[in-house]
Ligand binder design. Structure first.
Ligand code: ADP
Ligand code: MG
Length: 268
């Protein structure tokens, strides 16, 4: 079920995972976080990983980002190894917590990866102003992280991930710690950003409605060891507002996700 009905051409794939397993060594013995995962993600898709806590969502995202090494199987990111993709700066990563440096202004936090790459100062400033405006933080460039709300801090970390213009954005429960009203706003902004930039987004969540609202494809995972139990292609229009949540299509998609999660938990 992990494979699309008609296999996508290699060149169209942003991420290609084949029979991937990942075992963590631990003092209590090996922990199998992922078992035989197959997944193909096309360029331009918005893909969510949804599954219960501890099922391996973060592990899969970190393996794509070259932050964890698979034990077996194959993984390609934009046609190259995760390490090559990392060195090419093919993706931006947004963590669960904003992880901004408190002694740097918002603009200088966004500019940090650009400084590391040796980009000239004028260009860095232009980039940070542009991407802060894209996440609706124009005017906050000179503030410090602690002067901003949690939602604004997370928007700044999205601007930082966008600043070096990666084709792929990896996001690990970026809005998990925020209240529902702020999360709704950020979900709408993120969708807009996805539509206007054509980026590929891989988004981890454990909220069914967030996954269905945002995604063009939803990947449902089983409890540990994480396996893919369903891949759902959404038939919702790309252009969608919150009213879509009241439609029969949305409700059906949410039911299919819920049912997949329920059955997988009973098989444990
Ligand atoms: P999720 O993001 O879905 O909540 P994770 O990918 O963080 O799940 O973790 C999957 C499983 O692997 C969990 O059981 C977790 O305890 C275990 N795990 C994660 N990181 C490590 C590690 N560094 N060492 C040992 N076990 C780990
Ligand atoms: Mg996680």
């Amino acid at each position: 079920m992990g494979l699309p009905a008609s296999p996508a051409r290699h060149a169209d794939l942003s991420i290609d995972v084949r029979d991937l397993s990942l075992v963590y060594p631990s003092s209590d013995g090996p922990v199998t976080a992922l078992a035989h995962v197959d997944l193909q993600i096309r360029r331009g898709d918005f893909v969510s990983f949804i599954g219960p806590s501890g099922c391996g969502k973060t592990t899969l995202l970190r393996a794509i980002a070259d932050l964890e090494q698979p034990t077996s199987g194959q993984l390609l990111v934009n046609g190259v190894t995760p390490r090559q993709a990392r060195l090419r700066r093919d993706y931006g990563f947004v963590f669960q917590a904003p992880a901004l440096y408190p002694w740097r202004t918002i603009a200088r936090n966004v500019e940090l990866p650009l400084e590391v790459f040796g980009m000239p100062r004028w260009e860095r400033q232009q980039r940070s102003a542009h991407y802060l405006a894209q996440v609706n933080l124009a005017g906050f460039e000179r503030k410090y992280p602690w002067q901003l709300s949690g939602g604004m801090q997370q928007r700044a970390s999205i601007a930082r991930a966008l600043s070096f213009e990666p084709a792929l954005l990896l996001m690990d429960e970026p809005f998990g710690a925020l209240d529902e009203i702020v999360r709704d706003q950020l979900n709408e902004q993120l969708l807009q950003l996805w539509r206007s930039t054509g980026k590929t987004v891989v988004f981890v969540t454990h909220s069914i409605s967030e996954a269905v609202f945002l995604s063009s494809r939803i990947v449902v995972m089983s409890p540990r060891p994480g396996r893919i139990i369903d891949v759902i292609d959404s038939d919702l229009p790309r252009e969608r507002g919150f009213d879509v949540r009241e439609t029969p299509q949305f409700i059906q998609l949410a039911q299919r996700v819920r049912e997949g999660l329920r059955q997988a938990s009973m098989l444990q």
